[in-house]
Design a protein around this ligand. Structure first.
Ligand SMILES: CCCCCCCCCC(=O)SCCNC(=O)CCNC(=O)[C@H](O)C(C)(C)COP(=O)(O)OP(=O)(O)OC[C@H]1O[C@@H](n2cnc3c(N)ncnc32)[C@H](O)[C@@H]1OP(=O)(O)O
Length: 207
C-alpha cells in the first residue's frame, strides 16, 4: 500500500487487479440506493411530516454507522473498483465499457442531484467527473499513483441532467512523471464539455 493510502495503480480499468471486498456482495446495491435517495431528495418538495420522518431515519442511520467507523485505509466507500463509480456517490456514476492501457470509454447519467439550473448539470460537477475518470485512467495499467496538477475544462454546450452521455478519456502523452490526459463528454454528436489535465506521478514520500 502506498503512502497515500489509496490502492496503487495497476490492472486495466475493467480488470483491476486489487480485489476490494469490504462491504460484501450487497454493497453495490446500497450505493445505488444512496444515489437514488440523493436524486429523489433533490427532486422532492416534501411535506413537514416527511421531513421529520427523514430527519429521524437519517439520524438513526448516522448513529448506527458510527459503530462501524474505520480509518482511511479500511474505508470501503470509493475503493470498490469492481463497482461502477468505484462505489462512491460524490461524483456521478461512470460506467466504463471499453478500456485499454491508454484510454477508457463509457457512459454517465448526471442525476437530479447534480442539477445546476434549467436542466443543466452544475458547472462544478463536470470537472469532478473529469477528474474522477482522468485521474483513475492515469493510475491504471501498472502506472504508479499520481495526483492532478492541473485540470482545465471547456464547457462547449449545456450538459443535460437525466440523459445518458458518452465519456471518453485518453492519454495525450507521457513524459517522465508527467501524464497529459484529455477527456470529453458528448450528448450524441454534441460536444458538451472537454478537458485536459496534467497528472504527476508521485515521488516516494509524497502524500
Ligand atoms: C481508486 C482510485 C481512483 C482515484 C480517482 C480519482 C482521482 C482524483 C485525483 C485527484 O484529484 S488528486 C487531488 C488534487 N490534486 C492535488 O491535491 C495535488 C496537489 N499538488 C501537489 O501535491 C503537488 O503540486 C504535485 C505532487 C502535483 C507536484 O509537486 P512536485 O513537487 O512533485 O512537482 P514539481 O512542482 O516539482 O513539478 C514537477 C514538474 O511538473 C510541472 N508542474 C507541476 N505542477 C504544474 C502545473 N500545475 N501546471 C503545469 N506544470 C506543472 C513542473 O513545472 C515540473 O516540470 P519540469 O519537471 O519540466 O520542471
Amino acid at each position: 500500500m502506498p503512502r497515500t493510502g489509496l490502492p496503487s495503480g495497476s490492472g486495466t480499468w475493467l480488470d483491476p487487479d486489487i480485489p476490494v471486498t469490504g462491504g460484501g456482495p450487497g454493497y453495490g446495491a446500497v450505493v445505488e440506493s444512496l444515489r437514488d435517495l440523493l436524486d429523489g431528495f433533490a427532486a422532492a418538495s416534501p411535506d413537514e411530516e416527511t421531513v421529520r420522518a427523514l430527519a429521524d431515519a437519517f439520524a438513526a442511520w448516522s448513529k448506527r454507522l458510527e459503530r462501524h467507523r474505520v480509518g482511511e485505509r479500511q474505508q470501503v466507500f470509493g475503493r470498490r473498483r469492481d463497482l461502477h463509480g468505484r462505489g462512491q456517490v460524490m461524483a456521478p456514476k461512470f460506467a466504463a465499457e471499453e478500456s485499454d492501457e491508454r484510454s477508457v470509454k463509457g457512459t454517465v447519467t448526471f442525476g437530479r442531484y447534480f442539477l445546476g439550473g434549467n436542466g443543466a448539470v452544475h458547472g462544478g460537477a463536470i470537472p469532478l467527473l473529469f477528474d474522477e475518470v482522468m485521474g483513475r485512467l492515469s493510475n491504471t495499467a501498472g502506472r504508479s499513483q499520481s495526483r492532478t496538477a492541473f485540470l482545465h475544462t471547456d464547457f462547449r454546450s449545456v450538459t443535460p441532467v437525466g440523459v445518458p452521455l458518452s465519456v471518453r478519456a485518453w492519454f495525450e502523452s507521457e513524459e517522465g512523471r508527467k501524464r497529459f490526459i484529455r477527456a470529453e463528454i458528448r450528448d450524441g454528436d454534441t460536444l458538451c464539455a472537454e478537458s485536459h489535465g496534467l497528472f504527476l506521478a508521485l515521488l516516494p514520500g509524497q502524500p
